[in-house]
Write a protein that binds this ligand. Structure first.
Ligand SMILES: [Zn+2]
Length: 332
């Protein structure tokens, strides 16, 4: 046991060291210039952490920058990383010493309860999508077993039935959605359910929300709704990026961030996408030329704006400086 305890201590020291370095990387915004965009992307995509492990480490590294005593408690084994990540949202400069001491040597469940007592009673639970365990596949034809009589349909509404897969096919994975919403969302849902009654007589949430999301994606996603054609005559120079240019850029970049980091890898994020002028409009860049527009995620768009500002401030308002960056970050 002595060996295991020594190893556990080494692991804790190593974790503290890791969190210190992670906090510093985060403070410097070092990941903005890489294809990972965020420290979370770096931990999951580069270092192979699971999403939950990555979230915890980022949360604890940030908390430790504000409240360094966290690291001492971690190193001593008096607090664990899961407990600190649970505590982090309720820590303040005034209460952190007291709460950290109270949480020392407590189990995850005890800390969870402590946090629940401290949080406002009406705080809604976090949005969540949780995968259900894989359903058992139906028995194959000819398998031995007791003969089951067909069941009569239920007359009383119960929980939504789980669709069964055809014989021989793997049953579809199911997930549970958890979120809270206001009365307006509820009214919209009920209105949509009533409008779709002919199509979905049972009006199950999965059917109504699934249909609404399908229509929304078709309407919003240029790859699904078909491209807008380029007009034959070009209008006056404008900062606004025309719809046909947006559609073309979206198709070309595959609906993903086109930023290529210093590591040579492409970001490829699909969320928080923005259209970016490679040569800024204010410097003569065109909005009606797809070659001057690209898709960037928000982190990389901001990183590019900061970089450009740096070039301009340092007097590097030269075509060479701007063009070389365009070549480096462009995917075409
Ligand atoms: Zn990006």
């Amino acid at each position: 046991m002595g060996k295991v305890e020594a190893l556990a201590e080494t692991e804790r020291f190593s974790l503290v060291d890791f969190l210190l370095h992670l906090g510093e990387l985060d403070r410097r915004g070092a990941c903005e210039k890489t294809s990972y965009a965020t420290i979370f992307g770096y931990l999951t995509r580069r270092l192979g952490f699971s999403e939950s492990d990555a979230v915890r480490r980022v949360r604890v590294a940030r908390a430790a920058r504000k409240y360094p005593s966290i690291l001492r408690l971690l190193a001593r084994g008096e607090l664990h990383i899961v407990g600190i990540s649970l505590l982090e949202p309720v820590l303040t400069p005034e209460n952190h010493q007291r709460l950290l001491q109270r949480a020392a040597r407590r189990s995850t469940r005890e800390i969870d309860r402590m946090v629940a007592e401290l949080s406002p009673a009406c705080a809604p639970p976090r949005d969540m999508i949780r995968a259900l365990p894989a359903p058992t596949p139906p028995p194959s034809v000819g398998s031995s077993g007791p003969l089951e009589l067909p069941k009569l349909p239920k007359l009383i509404a119960g929980p939504a039935p789980t669709p069964t897969a055809p014989q021989g096919e793997e049953p579809a994975r199911r997930v549970v959605f958890n979120f809270t919403a206001d009365e307006e969302v509820r009214a919209r849902f009920e209105e949509a359910r009533d409008l779709l009654r002919h199509r979905f007589p049972q009006g199950r949430m999965e059917e109504v929300i699934g249909e609404a999301l399908r229509r929304l994606v078709e309407q919003e996603c240029p790859a699904k709704r078909g491209r807008t054609r380029k007009p034959t005559a070009s209008g006056p120079r404008s900062r606004r990026i025309a719809k046909w240019v947006r559609d073309e850029v979206w198709h070309r970049d595959g609906g993903r961030c086109a930023y290529i980091g210093a590591d040579g890898a492409r970001c490829g994020a699909t969320g928080w996408l923005e259209f970016d002028h490679i040569l800024p409009w204010a410097l003569g860049g065109r909005s009606d030329d797809p070659a001057n527009i690209r898709l960037l995620c928000r982190v990389h768009n901001m990183a590019e704006a900061k970089r450009l500002l740096g070039v301009l401030r340092s007097g590097g308002r030269s075509d060479a400086g701007l063009n070389s960056s365009s070549r480096r970050h462009s995917v075409f």
